[in-house]
Design a protein around this ligand. Structure first.
Ligand SMILES: [Zn+2]
Length: 246
């Protein structure tokens, strides 16, 4: 059995994977979460966490005030949360070339190429921290980054805007579509998935329409909104399972 944990800026979600079946164990406040609170048996731990890793070392955590303790004697696989989401997206869509965006507190980007998570020199996939114009300050210390316009921390009255549809009229959404279209031209993915507590609540139809306007027809991938708050935790458990198998 594999325990999958998703440590996000606000919530920490936990699932258990056994024989290809996921069991949701619950969602906790990241501020209060510790692994010792999870009273289940497991053999391997998979963790997706909203931080930047390079060669296994933590090099930045713009959206985490507190990193929960992950002390365990069990084998452990820890990866960036967006990489876990992309890996789950590949599993879900059965596609090997996937671009994935998680929009929650921050904006994460995961890339799967030929069925494997692409990491570059360790930090590949950070569309949220690419420059899109302006001088708005980002949590990473930079200016004019996409996340400073469309990350959950940057959008006022996000819940209301999602409910009444006015999110699609914002500059942030427009910039998000542009950034995603640029990434599509770079990677030519078969499918682009969107997840996270904001991304998973966006309209698949509007995303498809708006992003498609920005790219040539022959590059058009499939667009899919993954409405599953546990997608990262599930991806973390799948990544842990497949890394241990190898
Ligand atoms: Zn930034």
């Amino acid at each position: 059995m594999i325990l999958g944990v998703d440590i996000g800026g606000t919530n920490t979600d936990v699932v258990l994977l056994e024989d290809d079946v996921f069991e949701v164990l619950g969602s906790f406040k990241t501020k209060e979460f510790d692994l010792s609170k999870i009273k289940v048996d497991y053999d391997v731990l998979g963790v997706g966490i909203a931080v930047w890793f390079k060669n296994g070392k933590l090099v930045g955590a713009p959206n985490l005030e507190r990193i929960p303790s992950l002390e365990t004697e069990k084998p452990k696989v820890v990866d960036n949360d967006a990489n876990c989401f992309a890996y789950f997206s590949s599993y879900l869509t059965k596609k090997k070339n996937v671009l994935s965006l998680t929009v929650g507190t921050g904006i994460g980007t995961g890339i799967v190429i030929e069925g494997r998570v692409y990491r570059g020199d360790g930090l590949a996939g950070e569309l949220g921290h690419t420059f899109v114009g302006g001088r708005r300050k980002c949590k990473c210390g930079g200016y004019g980054h996409l996340e400073a316009y469309f990350g959950g921390w940057a959008i006022k009255d996000i819940k209301e805007k999602l409910e009444n549809g006015s999110i699609y009229d914002t500059r942030g959404f427009r910039l998000f579509c542009i950034a995603v279209s640029n990434a599509i031209m770079l990677l030519n993915p078969e499918v682009v998935t969107f997840g996270g507590r904001i991304g998973g609540r966006l309209s698949e139809e509007i995303l498809t329409e708006e992003i498609s306007k920005l790219i040539p027809e022959v590059f058009k991938p499939e667009f899919r909104v993954v409405k599953d708050d546990y997608a990262v935790a599930k991806g973390a458990s799948l990544l842990a399972r497949d890394s241990i198998r190898k």
